[in-house]
Design a protein around this ligand. Structure first.
Ligand code: NAD
Ligand code: TYD
Length: 349
């Protein structure tokens, strides 16, 4: 693995992954980060690394839906390894505007796979980052395993399911060396504040309403983002080519419990003006259509075959995440104001 193309490296998990590779892992090659810089992509997430690793790290603004541009990048940088994060990632947006999800998640993945097929001899690995949401919803019991049938319920998860199938097909049909990971909900630094945790943290800080969908009893399995990054890197190095691995945190929590935990930590760190507790800000709102009730992951394959375990507990990870948002108010303000988008326009035309 000499020249690794990381797609979506300016997003939440992709930027944490590049940071992990450069700062913490044994990877010694070059990273070419290709990102379209949608509303969710922020090159500022990696600005501290751009200078420090300028001989090994390159950022290129490009859309995976532009096959000629992607082909040029494969040629120019002699790409031999791909770690594919780029995607439209927010379920609520996919319900309102599914088109971008079909384009980026399905067509974008197809274009990448085609580049790999054309450069088959030089490709060592295509790692595809996916989600547990492709399996649909669980009832009260049971866990998703690698053999659970796909049953996506919203345009986001359906588009990710389609891309997973294409990656698998390129392995079976063309012998492309691939690995796929299906991970549970991530949280941690640099997450765009449309997802549950950062939205609640920032609304709570500003003492705004905390909108909980339905009865708040939907369950997700939460994983600290660094643990996801360590799992992906391990699978890339040691995972069996053609195989799929589930990644999870053993950490099922109801949405309402998470919101209450966030309120308690914020109340402790930041005193309130008019109210006794931020829990008074919780507002139960209309449920998300097709809202999956419960996700839970069985990651015993990853644990037994590759000896992986998550390191961060939810209590400490949540506190670290809250502290990160408190310590990075200029990042928060820029992301929320959209100021970074005009900065992006002037820097990365
Ligand atoms: P994100 O929305 O924060 O980042 C996505 C990045 O992809 C952005 O930087 C965006 O600009 C880029 N991108 C989107 N379309 C592109 C295109 N056409 N061409 C080039 N770049 C494009 O998402 P995230 O939360 O970091 O998720 C990353 C990946 O991990 C996604 O594939 C997602 O499905 C998967 N995943 C996410 C979670 C989670 O909890 N966030 C859990 C499991 C799996
Ligand atoms: P989200 O962070 O959007 O991730 P995903 O839909 O991929 O699981 O949502 C996590 C859970 O929180 C999900 O059950 C929907 C719920 N939710 C709310 O109750 N209120 C909100 O404002 C948001 C964004 C999510």
């Amino acid at each position: 693995m000499k020249n690794m193309l990381v797609t979506g490296g300016c997003g939440f998990i992709g930027s944490n992954f590049i940071r992990y590779l450069l700062r913490e892992s044994n990877f010694s090659g070059n990273i070419i980060n290709v990102d379209k810089l949608t509303y969710a992509g922020n090159p500022e997430n990696l600005s501290d690394l751009e200078n420090e690793f300028q001989d090994r790290y390159t950022f290129l603004k490009a859309d995976l839906c532009d096959p000629d541009k992607i082909a040029q990048i494969f040629d120019r940088y002699s790409i031999d390894t791909i770690c594919h994060f780029a995607a439209e990632s927010h379920v609520d947006r996919s319900i309102v505007e599914p088109d971008a999800f079909i384009q980026s998640n399905i067509i974008g993945t197809f274009n990448l796979l085609e580049c790999c097929r054309k450069n088959r001899d030089q490709i060592e690995l295509f790692h595809h980052v996916s989600t547990d949401e492709v399996f649909g919803s669980l009832g009260k019991d049971g866990l998703f395993t690698e053999t659970t049938p796909y049953s996506p319920n919203n345009p986001y998860s359906a588009s990710k399911a389609a891309s997973d199938h294409m990656v698998r097909a390129y392995h079976k049909t063309y012998g492309l060396p691939v690995t796929i990971s299906n991970c549970s909900n991530n949280y941690g630094p640099y997450q765009f504040p449309e997802k549950l945790l950062p939205l609640m943290i920032l609304n709570g800080l500003e003492e705004k309403a905390l909108p909980v969908y339905g009865d708040g009893k939907n369950v997700r399995d939460w994983l600290y983002v660094r643990d996801h990054c360590s799992a992906v890197w391990l699978i890339m190095r040691k995972g069996k080519r053609g195989d799929t691995y589930n990644i999870g945190g053993n950490n099922e929590i109801e949405n309402i419990k998470i919101v209450e935990m966030i309120c308690d930590i914020l109340d402790e760190i930041r005193k309130l003006e008019g109210i006794k507790s931020r829990k008074e800000l919780i507002a139960f709102v209309k449920d998300r259509p097709g809202h999956d009730k419960r996700y839970a992951i069985d990651f015993s394959k990853l644990r037994h075959e590759l000896d992986w375990m998550p390191e961060e507990s939810f209590a400490s990870g949540l506190r670290r995440t809250i502290e990160w948002y408190l310590d990075n108010t200029s990042w928060v303000n820029r992301v929320k104001s959209g100021e970074y988008q005009s900065w992006v326009e002037s820097h990365y035309r």
